[in-house]
Design a protein around this ligand. Structure first.
Ligand code: OAD
Length: 240
């Protein structure tokens, strides 16, 4: 694959960079995206399955859906796009992966500096007292051993704020990076979708990799249209 000279120069010269990833990077591993043809939200209502209101109304349905997603994700493995980002982590002086994904695949690929904006599906917490629990493989919705509250996945639902410390770290990377690589996100969900804009406003080169154009494409310095799992392994060789 031939990259534009500006892309090669920016990758070679950048000292600090971050990748913002979305469901598109895990699609080649076999995890459906949210929007589009076979997306999760095509025939499901996010308010019912991924909000506190939905959980309070019908906790069993929400727990079942997360059980189903956990079982899909458990069977998957990182793909060449995840591994390419792990290599990039080594070739930059400082590199972070800021992900909207909750599937743990960046960590499984060996990436060390992963900021999980929307939590992790293999972690759970009490919906009442917040006590954290690890992976729970249980068909019925469990209860907290401290307060008896219902246990829910430790992920960010619609209408919920991102953990403060996580958001602060992500904003700091956007403000101080030389390059921001946006991969496989439709950029429809805030505040994640603003991070590349902060980066651009703070002087970073914004490079987007996506199968399709998105809102990011309107201000990205470069958009490479195509599959992340073929483009990223090529891109990661530039920095070495
Ligand atoms: P989306 O499903 O909205 O977008 C997936 C993006 O990946 C689209 O822009 C596709 O074009 C692109 N894509 C798909 N396959 C690709 C491939 N092989 N290579 C490159 N690009 C590819 O997913 P997100 O943007 O991640 O939030 O969604 C953001 C948030 O919305 C999620 O974290 C989730 C969801 O509701 C919460 O649950 C809080």
């Amino acid at each position: 694959m031939k990259f534009k000279r500006i892309v090669i120069e920016k990758i070679k010269s950048a000292k600090k960079g971050f990748a913002l990833t979305g469901a598109g990077i895990s699609a080649p591993s076999g995890i459906p995206t949210f929007r589009g043809e076979n997306g999760f939200w095509k025939d499901k209502d996010p308010r019912e399955l991924a909000s506190l209101e939905g959980f309070e109304k019908n906790p069993e349905r929400v727990w079942d859906w997360y059980n189903e997603r956990r079982s899909i994700i458990r069977k998957t493995k990182p793909n060449p796009a995840h591994y390419a980002l792990t290599e990039m982590e080594d070739s930059f002086e400082q590199f972070a992966i800021i992900t909207q994904n909750i599937d743990n695949l960046h960590e499984e690929a060996g990436s060390r500096n992963v900021i999980e904006l929307h939590g992790n599906i293999f972690r759970n917490k009490c919906s009442e007292c917040g006590k954290l629990f690890n992976d729970i493989e249980q068909l019925e919705i469990p209860r907290c051993d401290e307060c008896g509250g219902l246990i829910r996945p430790d992920v960010v639902w619609f209408g919920e704020a991102l953990p403060k410390e996580v958001l602060q770290r992500a904003i700091q990377w956007s403000e101080l990076s030389d390059i921001c690589i946006v991969i496989g996100t439709s950029a429809m969900v805030q505040p994640a979708s603003s991070l590349p804009l902060f980066a651009r406003e703070n002087g970073a080169f914004v490079l987007e990799i996506n199968k399709n154009k998105t809102v990011i494409s309107s201000y990205a310095n470069e958009t490479i249209l195509g599959q992340a799992e073929t483009i990223l392994p090529e891109l990661s060789k530039i920095g070495i």
